[in-house]
Design a protein around this ligand. Sequence first.
Ligand code: 6R9
Length: 645
Amino acid sequence: MSDLFPVPPDFAARAHVDAAAYENLYGRSLDDNQGFWREQAGFLDWIKPFTKVSDTRFDPDDLRIRWFADGTLNASVNCIDRHLPAKADLPAILWEGDASDERRTVTWGQLSDRVNRLANVLKSLGVAKGDVVTIYLPVIPEAFVAMMACVRIGAVHSVVFSGFSAEALANRIADAGAKVLITADEGKRGGRAVPLKRNADEALTSQPGVAHVVVVRRTGAPVPFSPGRDLWYEDALAAAQPWCEPVEVGAEDPLFILYTSGSTGKPKGLVHTTGGYLVHAGTSWKTIFDWHPGDVFWCTADVGWVTAHTYKIYGPLLNGATSVLFEGVPTWPDSSRWWSIIERYRVAIFYTAPTALRSLMREGEGPVRRHDLSSLRVLGSVGEPINPEAWRWYHSVIGAGRCPIVDTYWQTETGAVLLVPIPGAIPNKPGMAAKPYFGIRPVVVDAQGNRLDGVAEGNMCFEGSWPGQARTILHDHERFIRTYFAPYPGLFFTGDGVRRDEDGYYRISGRVDDVINVSGHRLGTVELESAISSHRAVAESAVVGFPHDLKGQGVFAYVTLKDGITESEELRKELVAWVRARIGPIASPDVIQWAPALPKNRAGKILRRILAKVAANDFENFGDTSTVADPAVVGDIVQSRKDTL
Ligand code: 6R9
């Protein structure tokens, strides 16, 4: 058991949940699920209290996910108003810009003022309850304001990652049917400007349904401006009334849409509803990070991902906690930037992704040692399995061996955490998301759907519902059922592989479907292939993930060119740029491998299993290749790969 890191006794002594409390509460959360969540729901301020806790059924023929359905509430009141006037002059957000001399504090009072005014602006632009507003902003306080202003009037926010291209933005605007877009002149990352308004304008050429664009002046750079359609955020807020009556919404009314990649081409707009999501987000945030009043919290995720929605924005706001918001990157102007921020703001709880830790680890301990990190109490990890080396470095170098590591396993679809070592309760094992959160029933199944007991390896599923889970895919409920509930009837299937050990600890092994996890960002292989194959020179392509030291997985693209087109270094570069422009820089292929043809079965399905082995430089053990329609193709692919090594 050398790999077990016990909970430090002084930590357990003041934790919200210690080992005994976990056992007790976890048991109760299963035995009396309704009673447990009823009590948890008391965390929110309801306008009309609910009478029924849940009505749920994971039956593909009759799927039902409803929580607190007859209750009503307003999300922004729960996130902001209820902390006033007590916290009016206390900091809600400690913002640090990309440049190390740029910072701003936003108090709860200021946040409330901005949210009310922007909500009035949105109303004046015709946004009403149920309408979708797309938000394409950098990591600046205005992103919080924009999301809160939407939910104040019952509108639904759809945040699009500011690293996405104009085309990716346009697709998401079109799918959501947004009428209003909130963006900025530019973003700043690592000293470079990101042309947000320019991308937005490009996206809107194909999206005439967006009648208005609210533009935040972030850098002051001159940008095109369409009078009548565009308005400056600051001017509009200054002219708006300072109070906006919050709109009462039903617990099952949508709160937000968030797009994520799946195993088929089109990104999925997961729909989250109000009551259940806020209960799960708000209560779990406080528990898993063991937040106590006064603790400064910092989650490094970009606002475009679910991690930021739940645990950077809703979790801290619902609890009235102060958080750090950092616009830039960990390595600029140098690789001690994050550590300087922890020191400056005396951060107690720090939540980040393994990919960033791996790249900082390469810089050695020097940049860390220059800063006083003694304020840290809890460290969190999310987005992908954390490899044990990175875990140990995080634990010993960043946490000085004192801080428990909270490895949170969850998804855009699950809304909030499912597996997690609650820090005062569960001893850590490096790389393991460990144990179920309250009310969560993990189930491991084999490919045939048989439930596996004890030590087991298989597919990660969950039984029974939890309040934070997504309710549907926008415009495609059928796909929602097919993807998550049809594979193993009665269970929710995550798309991940898992191993459960002799202590009942879970270790997620990564995706078992056609999704690649690049630096904690999900990319669908089909989405990547469609982008590549839309290039005039390409006949066909197949994309697989391969092990990558920093990113976890990298993008490996096999490309078959059209007849008469010659392979060249120039074309390779052009294809990489092509994919970046279509999806965004995170989707850049790491390797483009020319392939004379792709291995397929007789039905014409590409045999990715073989391609993934070759991409990992494993040229043997292809397993059963009898299904390959033309076995010579495999030999050719192996040869082409070997030639480039
Ligand atoms: C929260 C988030 C979800 C996918 C998920 C899994 C991977 C996330 C993880 C983890 C191992 C963890 N993942 N957290 N794998 N350990 N602690 O990242 O949501 O962007 O939807 O990604 O990320 O593969 O299925 P999302």
